[in-house]
Each structure stands twice: as structure tokens, then as C-alpha cells.
Design a protein around this ligand. Structure first.
Ligand SMILES: [Zn+2]
Length: 427
């Protein structure tokens, strides 16, 4: 297999069958965990796995699995106990990504990795290649954290990076807890939590993902390999002021929470620029939200990312310092707390070298690059050898309906992933 192989390696019908699910009026996707759209995506996953004769299961954290077993594994009929270890003790090989989306997200972020995983298996089968150790395709639950506020929730639960109690108590914007949403979706919220047995059986995890930036476009490469993930996190900042009449309250008498909030947004941009980092306020709630009243409170969420943890700490501390200082000046009480924090991730060097070599063997010269985006692979990297492949995104736009990857690049991604799976699981 080489990068120049014809288009048949991109399983277009599989991709197209997923495209209509959870589509929003804005042209993007609203595939929020444990909703109707999510349930359709789950059915799609199991349908695609069944079409390929893959063994499937939903783990106790709501993550979906499909297993391509070695022909000689000798699994008894009806076997449903999860993956066997590989015969030589090197562990099973897992690939995949997620199916959930941010509000009005794009088609590629997540689903590209799941579709490519299944298409790569098709490609290997067509080439007459069989695994000698089981290959798992996973779709992790609530990767975006769009409904319950914690990114990579499914992989965090699986690896024990979040406690079951803390997870169960997470609530969506309507006050529905994770426990309630899971029960509603037919899953048992009491069963969630770490699964060290499953994690310890995984010898390697490789996630293919659309690039969320345009570095590859500048390098003229269709596929890249991840070097590291920047440390990143979310901070909630609450500005408590005093509701009042917009027409009768003198400016000097106001305790308007919107003002320190605005100063904080501008400071975040300035500080991030100075520190070579990223800071974003993408969500803000003003209370009570009347157009003719000074708000009583503003709740805002800061997403911050930096090349290293020291810089991230500095970034957040400078931004919150401005929030407090400005709050003082306006009679507004400011409180902030960290909602999630993901340390920097350096992907496994040995696995990365094997991935790069496997691609080079197919004539693919894949550059190695860092990313500011978090992924389930980053969570899993704390406990097992993990690697990532990125597929070129020419505009770099992501988390938007305009997110796009060219079909030729998606095909190249499948060929690359197949080469990696062949190297890791088939010899
Ligand atoms: Zn993603």
C-alpha cells in the first residue's frame, strides 16, 4: 500500500451514512452525549461493526468498542467478555476516536478517526492481512465535554483520571446530571469507573484525528504524527455584581459585572500573545440577561493552553489577577476555579518512531508536530503507549461547520492508519 493508492481506500458509503446524524440547522453537528443524536451515532457504530463481523461491546463508562480478532484467537461463539490479551503478551492494539461534537461542530473532529479505523481494517482485509493480536476500534464518550463540561470524560473514567462520584455529579446546562443522562440512555451510572483490566490489556493506542490547525498545509503533507499535546484546562470565573436599572442608575453607582469581565477578556488576549500561548472565552452567561438591566452576575469560562505547564500557570494567574483587580475597581466580587486541567503530554517515543517508520515504509514522509488540542489519546498516554496521526486540514478551521479535510487526504489517512495497524498488530 502506498499513499498513491486509488480512492477506494476511503470508505465513502461508511462516511456518508454517518453524515446526516445529529446535523444542526447551522449545517454543523450537535451530537451531545446520551441524547437522541448520540444514540443514532451509537447505532451507526454497532451497525458498521456488525457489517464487518466485528465483536462489539459498550464498556461500563459508555465507550463503544468493536474488536477485530486474530483468526487463531479461538474465541468461543458468543464470547462477549472483552478483549483477549495478545498471544505474545504485547497487548491488544486499539485505534479510534469519538463521535460526539461541540455545539455546531464539524463533521471530521472525532468521526474521521472512527471511520478511518473501520476503513483501515477493510483495507487490510482486502490486502489479505490478518491481525496476530486483537485490534480494537473505540468511540469514546463525551470527548468534547460539550454536555457535561469535562473533556475526555469517557477515557478519563476508563483510566481513573476522574472519580465516578465526581463524574456522576456533573450536570448539563439544564441541570441533568451525567448519572441521570446515562440512565435515560439505558446505561448503568452506578457501574462507571476505572477499568484497569481493560487498560492493562492494551499494548498501544493510535488515534487518527483531523488536524485542528494548518501546520500540515504549510508542510505539503497529508498526514502528520503527533509529538506532544500542550497542557490545557478550563477555568470558570464568576463576576458577582448588583442588578440594577439601566436607565436610572448613575454610572458611578453601578456594580456592573460586565465591565471586569470585558477587561478580563481583553487581558487574556494580551497575556496569551505575550506568553506565546492561547486563551479563549467561548462561553459566557450573563444574569439575569435582560437587555435593559445591569446584570447581577457574569459567569465566564476561560480555555487556556500553553507550550508548557509553567507558562500555563503564569497565563491563568495573570488573567485572574486582572479579573480580580478590575472587579475591585467596580465593586464586583470575582471568584475563579479550575474545572479541568490536563498536563502536557509527550507521546511515547518508541511507538512514535515505529509509527513514523511504518509510514516511511509506505513512502509517506509524515512530519512530527505538537498540538494545542486535547484528545482521548492524551488521557490514555498517561497509562500506556499512545500515538496520534493527524490528517491535513487545509484551512485549519475546526469546531465549526466549515471544518474540512479533502477526500484525498482522508484516504491518505486511512492508508497511513492501515500501515500502522499492520505494523503493530499484524506481524
Ligand atoms: Zn476530537
Amino acid at each position: 500500500m502506498t499513499q498513491a493508492e486509488p480512492a477506494r481506500s476511503w470508505d465513502l458509503p461508511l462516511w456518508q451514512s454517518l453524515l446526516p446524524l445529529g446535523r444542526s440547522d447551522a449545517g454543523g453537528y450537535r451530537r451531545f452525549s446520551f441524547t437522541e443524536a448520540d444514540s443514532q451515532c451509537r447505532d451507526w457504530f454497532f451497525g458498521a461493526a456488525a457489517d464487518r463481523g466485528l465483536r462489539t461491546e459498550t464498556d461500563r463508562n459508555g465507550n463503544l468498542w468493536a474488536w477485530w480478532d486474530p483468526p487463531a484467537a479461538g474465541l468461543p461463539a458468543g464470547h462477549r467478555d472483552g478483549p483477549e490479551s495478545s498471544p505474545d503478551g504485547t497487548g491488544v492494539v486499539v485505534t479510534g476516536s469519538h463521535l460526539d461534537s461541540v455545539p455546531d461542530g464539524g463533521a471530521f473532529d472525532g468521526p474521521l478517526g472512527v471511520v478511518s479505523a473501520l476503513a483501515a481494517i477493510d483495507l487490510l482485509r482486502e490486502a489479505g492481512v490478518a491481525p496476530v493480536r486483537p485490534v480494537g476500534v473505540v468511540a469514546f464518550a463525551e470527548e468534547e465535554g460539550a454536555r457535561f463540561g469535562m473533556a475526555c470524560l469517557g477515557s478519563r473514567l476508563l483510566t481513573g483520571a476522574v472519580t465516578p462520584d465526581a463524574a456522576r455529579a456533573l450536570a448539563d446546562a439544564d441541570g441533568v446530571t451525567l448519572a441521570e443522562a446515562m440512565a435515560e440512555a439505558g446505561l448503568d451510572p452506578e457501574a462507571i469507573g476505572p477499568d484497569p483490566g481493560l487498560v492493562s490489556r492494551i499494548g498501544a493506542f493510535v488515534e487518527l484525528h483531523v488536524e485542528q490547525g494548518s501546520a500540515l498545509a504549510g508542510m505539503d503533507a497529508a498526514v502528520g504524527v503527533a509529538e506532544s499535546i500542550w497542557p490545557h484546562g478550563r477555568w470558570r470565573i464568576d463576576f458577582a455584581g448588583r442588578a440594577d436599572h439601566a436607565g436610572t442608575t448613575r454610572l458611578a453607582d453601578r456594580r456592573d459585572p460586565m465591565l471586569p469581565y470585558a477587561a478580563t477578556v481583553l487581558a487574556a488576549r494580551t497575556v496569551a500573545t505575550e506568553l506565546g500561548s492561547l486563551a479563549t472565552f467561548g462561553r459566557v452567561v450573563a444574569e439575569p440577561g435582560a437587555a435593559n438591566a445591569i446584570g447581577s452576575a457574569v459567569h465566564a469560562w476561560l480555555d487556556a493552553r500553553a507550550p508548557d505547564e509553567e507558562t500555563l500557570k503564569e497565563l491563568v494567574s495573570q488573567v485572574t489577577a486582572v479579573a480580580e483587580l478590575s472587579g475591585n475597581g467596580h465593586g464586583v466580587t470575582v471568584t475563579s476555579r479550575c474545572e479541568s486541567l490536563t498536563p502536557s503530554v509527550d507521546f511515547d517515543l518508541e511507538l512514535r518512531d515505529r509509527v513514523v517508520a511504518a509510514l516511511a515504509g509506505q513512502g509517506v514522509d509524515a512530519p512530527v508536530l505538537p498540538t494545542g488540542a486535547g484528545h482521548d489519546a492524551g488521557v490514555l498516554a498517561a497509562g500506556l503507549p499512545t500515538a496520534m496521526l493527524f490528517v491535513r486540514n487545509r484551512t485549519g478551521v475546526s469546531h465549526s461547520p466549515a471544518e474540512h479535510a479533502d477526500p484525498e487526504d482522508c484516504e491518505a489517512g486511512v492508508v497511513a492508519l492501515a500501515a500502522v495497524l499492520e505494523e503493530l498488530a499484524c506481524r
